[in-house]
Design a protein around this ligand. Structure first.
Ligand code: ADP
Ligand code: MG
Length: 381
């Protein structure tokens, strides 16, 4: 299965004008004629009479609500697989023992944080709180249906990568040590050493921890966006399903990447340039990885940045969804085009889905476990 790319065009902001719209989307979910494909169209900046078009798994236009992006399970299972929805299928996947990765990519100010985190009200909640809400709902149902024989535990860790350094978002910024936390590889997965893992038994508990940690996320004003995030924020949610002696652990990663803009065009001051260069570096390495993978090169430069080591696209990510956030207006034209080109390459990347093996408490069962690097399981959720 390849990386799924879901493009979302945000609405115009107050200061933006209709006549500056250059990005157009067609979506099969808009109720257009049958067979409509999800396409983004944008003029060639060098010759406006020419148009480029890009096809993705789904395209959401300016009217799309947070609920549309999430789509509840009942609806998503009813449409005969016509539409690929973002989050609801990932919950099925998690409870079947697979990992899932959802990452938002785009220029600063295009709606990454809005999509992933969203606003305070119920209807404005983004992918992350909806994902968690779905996980808790499914957990309660499993526990009830099994009459207590099965129990589910949820825990979270949350960190950011800033200037190629990893910081625990449960730690106050003033407590950070300069080098940040180290990474380590185990069983083909990269993880952060020394990260706080907090159990969260309910959505309320999750939201409290998540909000508290978000205050610690580095933000600072740039010309593009008053609350521009120049760090990658990575939320890991661990779901452990225990029945008797057997526990199966799967992981959902939700990543709000730093802005992908070309900082040579944002007139940043000197201090900012160091940080910008670093953000650009990890996204640049990500683009190089994608290119190396698509050209089937032997060496993929994952190790050249922490973000790419952690994301390790095309390795053991499980179900992988990239949300491509786009602003519709001309002032983003060149950056939008480079995001679209990046997404176009990313959508071809094959990801392996490896079913997490159950772990056992008590006496080990007599059976041979297949190796982690075994055959990938091609299963659609
Ligand atoms: P990013 O995280 O990519 O920098 P934000 O999520 O902060 O972008 O969005 C930039 C601005 O656009 C914010 O004011 C946000 O509220 C608004 N915005 C983004 N997407 C939408 C949307 N789908 N509907 C309404 N407002 C949006
Ligand atoms: Mg943001």
């Amino acid at each position: 299965m390849s990386v799924r790319v879901v493009a979302r065009i945000r609405p115009l902001l107050k200061a933006e004008l209709d006549r500056d719209i250059v990005v157009h989307g067609t979506s099969s979910s808009d109720g257009g004629p049958n067979g409509d494909i999800d396409t983004i169209r944008i003029p060639n900046p060098r010759n406006e009479n020419e148009e480029f078009s890009f096809q993705f798994n789904s395209v959401y236009g300016v009217q799309a609500t947070q609920e549309d992006i999430f789509q509840n399970e009942a609806e998503s299972s009813g449409v005969g697989g016509q539409l690929i929805r973002i989050v609801a299928p990932t919950i099925n996947h998690l409870f079947q023992g697979f990992d899932v990765t959802i990452f938002a990519y785009g220029v600063t100010g295009t709606g990454k944080t809005h999509t992933m985190r969203g606003g305070k009200t119920l209807s404005e909640r983004g992918v992350i709180p909806r994902l968690l809400s779905g996980i808790y709902r499914r957990s309660r149902k499993l526990e009830k249906d099994s009459q207590g024989a099965t129990s589910v535990e949820v825990s979270m860790s949350y960190y950011e990568i800033y200037n190629d350094r990893v910081y625990d978002l449960f730690e106050a910024p003033e407590k950070r040590t300069a080098p940040g936390l180290p990474l380590r590889e185990q069983n083909g997965k990269t993880f952060v050493v020394g990260l706080t893992e907090r159990p969260c038994a309910s959505l309320k508990e999750f939201e409290n921890l998540y909000d508290q940690a978000n205050v610690n996320r580095s933000t600072s004003a740039t010309k593009l966006n008053a609350h521009s995030s120049r760090s990658h924020a990575i939320l890991c949610v661990k779901v452990s399903v225990t029945t008797g002696e057997e526990t199966r652990v799967s992981m959902a990663s939700a990543i709000d990447l730093a802005g992908s803009e070309d900082n040579r065009r944002t007139e940043n001051g000197k201090e900012r340039l160091v940080e910008s260069a670093s953000i650009n570096k990890s996204l640049f390495v990500l683009a190089q990885c994608v290119e190396a993978i698509s050209k089937k090169q032997a060496r993929i430069p994952y190790r050249e940045s922490k973000m790419t080591r952690i994301l390790s696209l095309g390795q053991n990510n499980g179900l992988t969804i990239m949300v491509l956030n786009l602003a519709p207006v001309r002032s983003y034209h060149l950056d939008t085009l480079s995001s679209l080109n990046f997404a176009n390459r990313t959508k071809k990347i094959e990801v392996k889905e490896i079913e997490n093996e159950p772990m056992f408490r008590g006496p080990a069962p007599i059976r041979t476990l297949p190796s982690v690097s075994g055959p990938s399981i091609q299963r659609q959720p």
